[in-house]
Design a protein around this ligand. Sequence first.
Ligand SMILES: Cc1cc2nc3c(=O)[nH]c(=O)nc-3n(C[C@H](O)[C@H](O)[C@H](O)COP(=O)(O)OP(=O)(O)OC[C@H]3O[C@@H](n4cnc5c(N)ncnc54)[C@H](O)[C@@H]3O)c2cc1C
Length: 413
Amino acid sequence: MKVIVIGAGVSGLIAAYELERSGISPVILEAGDRVGGRIATDEVDGFLLDRGFQVLLTAYPEARRYLDYEALKLRKFDSGAIILKPGGAFTIHDPGRNPSAIFGMAFSPVGTLVDKLKIFKLNKELNKKTIDDIFESNDMSTMDFLKQYGFSEKIIGQFFKPFFSGVFLENDLNTSSRMFQFVFKMFGEGFAAIPEGGMKMIPEQLRSKLHKTDLRLNTQVEKIEDHQVILKNGEILQADKIIIACRPDRLLPQMQGQLKSYRSVYNLYFSLEKSFLAQPLIGLVTEDKFLINNIVFATDVSKTYSINGKALLSVSVVKGVENQESLDQLVRIELEALSGIAAKHFKHIKTYQINEALPDVEDMKADLPFTNSRIFDHIFLAGDYLLNGSVNAAMTSGRKAVEALLLTSQDPH
Ligand SMILES: Cc1cc2nc3c(=O)[nH]c(=O)nc-3n(C[C@H](O)[C@H](O)[C@H](O)COP(=O)(O)OP(=O)(O)OC[C@H]3O[C@@H](n4cnc5c(N)ncnc54)[C@H](O)[C@@H]3O)c2cc1C
């Protein structure tokens, strides 16, 4: 059986891996010059720059299934966060770190005692629930969920809003409470981490597990017509089965207009003589008038992100930006206000504008029936947009597409 997988992001790589496991040698067609799709790391001026700040949550069940964490040399974030304000910062920490620490920390400067107890309660509740339970629960916005759960405005504004705006890439916490509970559970049951060699090590490890796959980079698919995959260079490939592991709306006229818009983010990198946080923690900016949502010194988490000993600062801006040309200047001014270090010391390395960072999924799910993966007898879908915007979901979708493909191949009808 000739199977073509379109796209070598995480979902396409998992699909190829699962196909190999069932004895099929697939072809992957990838438009870019590398594997990994939205997970990428560039080497610039001696720094490792992840294209968009992202982390692996070690509790992701699919990541545990497919990744060798030890070989990735994961570097963990400490639990907690630093709340940054002009003229002062404070750390919210749980000194007796247990796996639920990021949310079980001492919240006194941020929330009330009741908030602390509620965090504890939520942690316990989510620990008992399965991921399927969570994604089958009532759907509402994260903001409504937090309010209904009884969290104070203070803790919502000072912690939940900045933290989860950075995770969801939207500022109002309109994202489904299912996703919130899933992410909260994952933080509570594991760590946020980045591989020593940058996030790109994740797709590269998945690629290294493929032994019978014909991976063709720089090969963009233009469209699909029945069993034909038509490339941008005019070449036509024939396939028995096709897995589309990228946006299908751009390849199939029937799918046009079916995907909601994507969320975007700006990710700016600066170098500095040394970190002013000096801890592997995320720094959250709570003031509404600031553009910056969060900052992380990547070199505080993994020194290997810099070969010259300088500190590497990643800044995420989730808000819309009117004047993009002066964004790095504006961010520098904000950094000065937050750190007390003169703006001129922040050396701008690069700005990434990531327009299609996370899919805006209406009905977030953890899993999907095979009928949702199969759109025609011979065409199957994979990609995070089918479930929710996460590495875990991308992996599930790749696995499920292959399950659907195998199931329908066995079915004589
Ligand atoms: C800034 C940012 C932050 C994130 N933060 C996190 C996080 O902290 N934790 C988390 O779990 N997830 C995070 N994510 C989400 C996670 O990266 C994605 O869910 C996952 O990488 C999606 O994988 P995918 O295979 O579905 O899609 P993609 O990675 O988009 O892969 C699609 C692939 O198809 C290729 N392609 C597209 N069109 C064609 C064509 N016509 N022909 C051939 N090839 C084609 C593309 O080049 C690409 O390689 C973040 C994403 C971004 C961008």
